[in-house]
Design a protein around this ligand. Sequence first.
Ligand SMILES: Cc1ncc(COP(=O)(O)O)c(C=O)c1O
Length: 652
Amino acid sequence: MAPISRVLLVSDDTLWQTEVLAALDEAAMHLPNPLGLCFAGAPPGEAAMTTLARDGEIQAVLIDNRLAEGQGAQAAVELANRINAFRPELSLYVMLVDADEKAVIQALASHAVDGYFYRDELDGHDWFRIVAAELADKSATPFYDALKHYVNMAKDSWHTPGHAGGDSLKGSPWVGDFYDFVGENMLRADLSVSVPMLDSLLHPIGVISAAQALAAKAFGARQTFFATNGTSTANKVICQTLLTPGDTLLLDRNCHKSVHHGVILSGARPVYLDSSLNPRYGLFGPVAKATLFDAIERHPEAKVLILTSCTYDGLRYDLAPIIEQAHRHGIKVVVDEAWYGFARFHPAFRPTALESGADYVTQSTHKILSAFSQASMVHVNDPAFDAHLFRENFNMHTSTSPQYGLIASLDVARKQAVMEGYRLLDRTLRLAEELRVKINATGAFRVLDLIDLLPEEVRQDGILLDPTKLTVDISASGYSADELQRELFEHFNIQVEKSTFSTITLLLTLGTTRSKVSRLHDAMLRLAKQQRPPRQVGRLPELPRFTQLACLPRDAFYEGGERIPLLDEEGRPNPALIGRVACDQIVPYPPGIPVLVPGQIIDDAIITYLCRLLKAQKGVDIHGLIEKDAEYHLRVLRNDELAALPKRRSND
Ligand SMILES: Cc1ncc(COP(=O)(O)O)c(C=O)c1O
């Protein structure tokens, strides 16, 4: 399908506008036009903004600087700023009048204006070519193009990978079906650093570097790096880059386990900030603003603050004041946006973490945009960024044989986000709202609102909810979460994102279609019509609060420890664990947030929680537990090991 790139000419001089549109239409008819440039006019002010909000196919805006008689250049500058704030991915041109050239260029100098034309030098072909070239640059996919080109050159492979473009598999009576299943192009494009024209992820100077530069521009970063082992690795790279052994790090207890791994690797001294808890739905919420501000005050030695925004459940911090406060104290801010990488491309989701001032942002492009699994990005806006140190750490964690399909998918996902992200996200938002209304109308299921999700202690903190993540309360349906998931999967062909005791989570992305919404609605309606009596939901296991650290996580992790069973001989939470110090991270998955980190003192609430979780949710994965002879064990420090370690209490 050929693309459409509408260019909007904003002017209140209708005569001039008609003349310009005719000249540009004429150029579009006679010049090559692979991006489908077409032209439309709009009056200035609210009318222009409404058109931009409604029409997701607009790619560029030409603003007449002779707007609104009597206001001089001011109206055009204001409009350019508004457009920039609303949809920063749009290309912007200003049509100058001689007299105001200097003032306008100065006023817009720090904004993303892509160029200027003199109003009285109308040249349809010239203007067309310039706008078309800029859109071509923006929509380019340098790595993906080079990869396709290389595959089409059909070079003989005398290099890695060993399947040699799939030739080792093709036609095999044993494994030929794998070739057919994944497809010829996937295998031909599975290449390696042996092909110099495809650049190197570990030292990018060619097409990967160009693709990363386009991503940086798109996401509003100074620099962007492609990561092919997910945000899990990206987080570890950032921790190792910014922290050395003994450095203090403030971190959201709610952080993904990879950040806690980063703490072990870097040897940092973590100050865990207790996340708010929503006991009703068994969810971790953000850290209260007051807790954050207090920690920033009390730890002037802290080097880094790491937060997760939005969370898996879609809760997003009011980041700007927190980041400002951290910066005032010389603390760098890292935001894990694993679940929020699309936010830049629709005003309903902004400001992004980078727009709020974050120094480093990690994003799972694969989770919520169109990249392949494991394909993530690291965005950097730190003015004191140490590129060498970052590179050393990045390369320490990056395979020397990265998957080229992942890199291409990042290039393509960025192009899509820039060129049609607004339109698709607008559709996703509408589908989310439609689904919310339909689910609520079933009577048995209810989509939770922000107020339901927000723990009491953070209600005044300006936290917002990403409406594309629907948490559905199922407690009135008569189904347990496990039963409901099974029912949806087996009878309705539907796989949901995750569940807790009384909720399921539905994730809407650019790939959500109206058909999928209808099928899900139909399924929930049928299930609701069964009118099962509400289940006696047993008391939810109380989410345990953070206790204290007895030593640095790294120190505990690297000791041998001993293994103690989770249950005692009577099958009750084992009291022998109380007061002991964990060596491993214990993480129920999903959501991947640890209930214990290495070095943390175990208390009764934590053991009881783990036991109840295992009993109540049969299918739950708890990473870090050791399964031996059908019994679960925890690795804890031996008393002699603990005595020999440097003591450190956590939140003091
Ligand atoms: C908040 C958060 N950060 C990081 C990650 C890890 O991302 P990836 O799967 O890209 O490694 C996850 C994964 O679930 C996550 O929820």
